[in-house]
Write a protein that binds this ligand. Sequence first.
Ligand SMILES: NC(=O)c1ccc[n+]([C@@H]2O[C@H](COP(=O)([O-])OP(=O)(O)OC[C@H]3O[C@@H](n4cnc5c(N)ncnc54)[C@H](OP(=O)(O)O)[C@@H]3O)[C@@H](O)[C@H]2O)c1
Length: 304
Amino acid sequence: MAKVLDGPAIAAAIKRETAEEVRALSTHGIRPGLAAVLVGHVPASEIYVRSKVQTCAELGLYSDLISPPDTVTTEEMLDLVRSLNDRDDIDGILIQLPLPKQVDAKFLLDAVDPAKDVDGFHPVNAGKLQAGRPALAPCTPAGILEILKRSSLPISGQHAVVVGRSDIVGKPVAMLLLHENATVTICHSKTRDLGAVTREADILVAAIGRPGFVTPEMVKPGATIIDVGINRITTREEVDRFFAGDARREATFAKRGSTIVGDVHPKAYEVSGAYTPVPGGVGPLTIAMLMANTVRAAKMRRGL
Ligand SMILES: NC(=O)c1ccc[n+]([C@@H]2O[C@H](COP(=O)([O-])OP(=O)(O)OC[C@H]3O[C@@H](n4cnc5c(N)ncnc54)[C@H](OP(=O)(O)O)[C@@H]3O)[C@@H](O)[C@H]2O)c1
C-alpha cells in the first residue's frame, strides 16, 4: 500500500513552530508583518488572500490587506510597493497574482525589496537560491522539501525527476532537491519520451497544470510522487476517467458540479511507495511556508 503524505498535518506542524517563533520574537518587541496586496475582485484570489490574512492572525503575525481597484496603473502599484519597502512594520510583501493586464507584473515584482520578497520570486532570491546562499525560497517548492524531510523520505543520492520548469515551482524545486544532493532531471513540454524519463524517478515531482497527466505506466513502482497540480474538472467524462467508483468524489461532483484532480492520475498513486494526494498534499504547505518565510524575513532583516 502506498503511503499517503499528509500535507495538512505537516502544514499544521510548521504553523505551530512558526507561532512559537512569533511568540519568542514578541519578547524582543518584534511582530513580523505581512502586507497582502489584492488588486480588484478575482474570486479565487480573494479566497487565497483571505486565508493568508486569517492564518497571519492565527499565528500572531501582523497583516495589512491592501486592495487597489482593478483600474490601478503600474506607476500607482510601484508607489505602493515602494511605500511597503520603506515601512518598518512590514517584513513580507505579497502581491497576489494574476494582476490586471495594464499592470506590468514582472516590473512590479522586481521592485519588491528582495529582503521582503516572501514569495521568493525576485531574481535576487532566485540567484541566491541557485548559488546556495541563504535566501527566501518560493513557498510551494520549500513546502515540498518539508514534506519529504518530515516524512523521513531519502533525498540524497535519489534520482528526482521534476516535470515542469516554471519559475514558481519547477525550477526552484529542482534547485532545492539538488542542494539536498538528489540527482535531478528537469522535464518540460519538449522532452522526448517523457515516460522513459519519469520511470527512472525515485522522486517524481509533477508541476504541469494538466489534469491526471502522469499515468501509472510513467511511474517506477515504489517511487515517491509529489503531485503539485491543482486542476478543477467539471465534466462527467473527466470524473469517470479519474474517479470511477470513488463515492466521495461522486458526492463532491454531484454537490458542487466540479472536483479537483492533480497532475497525476489517481491510479498512478497506487504504483508509488508514497504520494501527496490532491487535495490534501502540497496545497496546505504553501500558506504555511509563506508564514514561515515572513518570520524568517523579519529575523534576517534584523540580523537575528
Ligand atoms: N499546490 C500549490 O500550492 C500550487 C502552487 C503553484 C502551482 N500549483 C499547480 O501546479 C501546476 C503547475 O504550476 P506552474 O505555475 O508551474 O505551471 P506553468 O507555469 O504553466 O508550467 C507548467 C510546466 O509544465 C510543462 N508542461 C506542460 N505540458 C507538458 C507536457 N505535455 N509534457 C511535459 N511538460 C509539460 C511546461 O513546459 P514548457 O516550459 O515547455 O511549456 C511548463 O514548464 C498547476 O496545476 C498549478 O495549479 C500548485
